[in-house]
Write a protein that binds this ligand. Sequence first.
Ligand SMILES: [Zn+2]
Length: 193
Amino acid sequence: MRTFSEDEYHIPFFDEYGYVRKRCPKCGEYFWTQNPDQELCGEATREGCAEYTFIGDPPTSRAYTLREMREAFLSFFERNGHERIKPYPIVARWRDDLYFTNASIIDFQPYVTEGIIPPPANPLVISQPCVRFLDVDNVGPTFGRHLTIFEMGGHHAFNYPDKEVYWKDETVRYHHEFLTEELCVRSEEIIYK
Ligand SMILES: [Zn+2]
């Protein structure tokens, strides 16, 4: 497993919002939290760093249907300068190394990410249906956090040597604003891993 140095993810956002970096004693991974008493990373890992608690008790201000959540996500990023892109097929026919689209970034690999063609928009937002068997052995043990079929909400910014759109700090800021202001999740409940 690749481990990252503290500096690699020590973004200005964490200092501004009073986040501290801690190491989970169960799974050994590092995470950032606003709560200095937080011990575990909070992820439903195989090691059992968290229970799966939000069914019937969402951390959001209300329950959302899939359709409502998809629209909330897409329109939030649209309002923040991202162009909404239609989902790609789940059969990844533009790839010769993969049968199924298993993440939103797959849509843009290899041609956009290799710089061969420009992205359809930059930055963009997409809700991509995914079929995923790569980590099928996690389906079940992680109590619903790994699935074979799901929809991945992705906001993508493609940076070029002569043009940076945005990177880690803005990515986390967008996420934090979406969760706290749009979905009304309490900031202290949000852990970054
Ligand atoms: Zn953990």
